[in-house]
Design a protein around this ligand. Structure first.
Ligand code: PMP
Length: 353
């Protein structure tokens, strides 16, 4: 605590990020990164812009990348907003669309940043318990006072809603903004992007961090009606209109035009997810049906915390959430990493019997 801190800093808890071990022999299954490298074309595009032009500011309206995204998503560039990772896009969206005297709603088990942003920007919130099968309660998300946000698929559960259920949430909150966070949508869920043409109140956020193996360049974007995008632009431009650096722009544009590389990579991740699911079920684990690049599982024979700690001693990092005692979240690694992981889990369970 410092006497120089504002009241906002005073009431903000220090954020504890996921563990980021640096040793080479660690298997890191705790922060949902993609285990494969990004597209070689994206890496080459980034190398090629490292030179004299870096003395110049980047294009503040991000025209070229917005056009690439718009063409892919079959919308107009005016429907696209770009930020430094979807975390930044979400932070701008909270400021642009939510009020300090109207409670927003999000699921009780969901992405941990939503309550963090709400507190930071003084936005009241209500949490909606998940249903018994861990799906988001569509009716519970209806008729919010201040707006709604949820990931599809949800994090950390990996469980997705269907498009008609998302449409219902958008319809039953027609006077508020509904943010659908599609950070993991590429791994199997249906995207709500087509709904932006029908509903001016829906904003979809996406990221290149997971599906495009580019968490390191920090590129996220939002798709929505032109009026929502204009709202985001106002906040961003007042903050810093040159948010996206030249290297990130080059890498993102090239990555988004290399579907051949990414389609193959995503199938590898989803095949490995299905393989891991079956292996863990055979070991007696309860595994939620995941449409993401991670699994949310409740172990058998050991507690979630014991398993997390034993795996850590074996240099395998998974995510344990203190408030979700029975479950751990496991990011999907390469085929070999997951074989190692399953072997170690089997060994841990057997040594306890
Ligand atoms: N939304 C969800 C649900 C996430 O899990 C994450 C990643 N932790 C993000 C958004 C943010 O990702 P990024 O800032 O890397 O785009």
């Amino acid at each position: 605590m410092s006497k120089f801190w504002s009241s906002t800093v005073r009431k903000t808890k220090p954020y504890v990020p996921g563990e980021q071990p640096n040793e080479a022999d660690v298997i890191k299954l705790n922060t949902n990164e993609n285990p494969y490298p990004p597209s070689p074309k994206a890496v080459e595009a980034m190398r090629s812009v490292i030179g004299d032009d870096l003395r110049k500011y980047p294009n503040p309206t991000v025209d070229s990348l917005r056009k690439v995204i718009a063409d892919r998503e079959e919308v107009k560039p005016e429907n696209v907003f770009v930020g430094n990772g979807s975390d930044e896009v979400l932070a701008f969206a909270f400021q642009a669309f939510f009020e300090t005297n109207e409670a927003i709603r999000f699921p009780e088990i969901t992405y941990s940043f939503y309550p963090v942003y709400a507190k930071l920007y003084d936005i009241p919130y209500q949490t909606v318990p998940l249903k018994n099968d861990f799906t988001i309660d569509v009716d519970g998300m209806c008729n919010s006072i201040g707006g709604v946000i949820f990931p599809n698929p949800n994090a950390p559960t990996g469980v997705a809603l269907k498009l008609n259920e998302i449409e219902k949430i958008i319809q039953c909150n027609s006077n508020q903004v509904v943010i659908v966070d599609e950070a993991y949508v590429a791994f199997g869920a249906e995207s709500a992007v087509p709904l932006i043409k029908k509903y001016p109140n829906v904003l979809i956020t996406r990221t290149l961090s997971k599906s495009h193996a580019l968490a390191g360049i920090r590129l996220g974007y939002a798709i929505g009606s032109t009026s929502l995008i204009e709202g985001l632009e106002r906040i961003k431009n007042s903050f810093n209109s040159y948010t996206i650096n030249r290297v990130t722009l080059a890498g993102a544009e090239a990555a988004l035009q290399d579907d051949e590389y990414y389609d193959e990579m995503i199938s590898r991740v989803t095949d490995t997810r299905e393989w891991t699911t079956h292996q863990l079920e055979d070991l007696g684990f309860d595994v939620l049906p995941s449409q993401a690049n991670f699994l949310f599982v409740s172990p058998s024979k050991v507690t979630a915390q014991e398993l997390y700690e034993s795996l850590k001693r074996e240099k395998i990092y998974v995510r344990y959430f203190e408030n979700l005692e029975d479950y751990i979240r496991i990011s999907i690694g390469t085929e070999n990493e997951m074989k190692d992981f399953v072997e170690k889990v089997r060994h841990i369970i057997e040594s306890i019997k």
